[in-house]
Write a protein that binds this ligand. Structure first.
Ligand code: SIN
Length: 339
């Protein structure tokens, strides 16, 4: 009897010990590392912090989001590799950087003057044809959760850029897309692929003479400190895709996914609201700094730029196919000028 009692006590104690050991493992939150390359006070930086707050709230603490801004975890190219390997779970890179994933189609959005304003850009990214492109990313193990349009590009340089000829011989930093490479070459410039995290230093040391970006990045990265001229050209756009590792996302527990989906939706709405406002404020701040001379292209200058860059559209037909480019024109509302 005594032995029996002793035995069951051992069993009970063992069960209690197992339960105690199992409990912390069950309660461990799922960690989502969100890496990005901009400053925490740029629109993407703010949206990433909001995503963290919402994701943790809507999953009742089952998820912890760690946000790594300013390329502190990975730079442009490494972050894509890290996502595919599962070392990081969320990114929001510019879609002009998707080439190394083996998906060349996203470069098409860099065709010069393709999207004239915010509403055309959003119309494009919400169009049904994005389903085909999203599938191409999924085939590479990358799930696009949302598109965040960060506005129109302006150029900065250490010489005035008013007419296409002004680019001749300049080393222009580009993000990496083949279309951006063709644009720089068409203007007679020398394209240099430089990671965003190295941009300030490259401009400061003369590794590059100029670059194009959105005002909120030029302001938050202090690029106006190392460039003398800014041209409001609106020749292209900066669009991000909020992407995750598909395997990771698909394997998330059923009680976690709805909260994360809601956090994605709400941070996307926040980003859409913030980006345009921040670009206007940043442009005012850049002008007020007095450090950089701002020029808005006149109609005549803009027509000269469009005429100089339309050959890139033609050249890219062999890369993307004429049909695909025409579908893109239709979805974006772009009407090629009569030649
Ligand atoms: C970004 O906004 O994520 C970086 C854009 C760039 O590389 O110019």
């Amino acid at each position: 009897m005594k032995r029996l009692f002793g035995k069951s006590l051992v069993v009970v104690l063992a069960a209690m010990l197992a339960a105690a050991l199992a409990k912390p493992a069950l309660a461990d939150p799922i960690i989502i590392k969100f890496s990005h390359v901009v400053s925490p006070d740029a629109p993407k930086g703010k949206a990433a912090l909001l995503f963290k707050q919402l994701a943790e709230k809507y999953t009742d603490g089952k998820v912890t989001v760690e946000v790594y801004p300013n390329s502190s975890l990975y730079k442009d190219k490494e972050e894509l590799e890290a996502l595919q390997l599962g070392s990081v779970q969320l990114l929001a890179p510019s879609i002009s950087k998707f080439g190394p994933l083996g998906v060349k189609e996203f470069d098409v959005f860099d065709l010069p003057f393709l999207m004239t304003d915010d509403s055309h850009a959003r119309q494009m990214m919400a169009s049904p044809m994005m389903a085909d492109l999203n599938k191409k990313l999924e085939d590479k193990g990358v799930e696009p959760l949302a598109y965040w349009d960060n506005g129109a590009h302006v150029y900065t340089a250490n010489v005035p850029l008013n007419m296409p000829d002004d680019f001749r011989g300049l080393k222009m930093r580009i993000q990496g897309s083949k279309v951006l490479d063709a644009v720089a070459r068409q203007l007679g410039a020398i394209p240099q692929i430089i990671a965003f995290g190295e941009l300030y230093q490259s401009l400061q040391t003369g590794v590059a003479d100029g670059e194009d970006n959105v005002p909120s990045n030029i302001w938050t990265q202090k690029l106006y400190d190392v460039q003398k001229y800014l041209t409001v050209s609106h020749h292209g756009r900066l669009t991000y895709s909020l992407i995750t590792n598909k395997k990771f996302w698909d394997a998330l527990p059923a009680d976690v996914r709805p909260g994360l989906d809601r956090a994605v939706q709400e941070s996307t709405a926040f980003f859409d609201d913030t980006a345009a406002k921040d670009n206007v404020t940043a442009m005012d701040q850049i002008k007020a700094s007095g450090k950089i001379q701002v020029h808005v292209l006149t109609d005549t200058e803009k027509q000269a730029w469009i005429a100089a860059l339309m050959p890139v559209h033609k050249e890219m037909q062999s890369r993307f196919g004429k049909d695909f480019i025409e579908r893109i024109y239709k979805a974006s509302g772009f009407v090629p000028p009569q030649s």
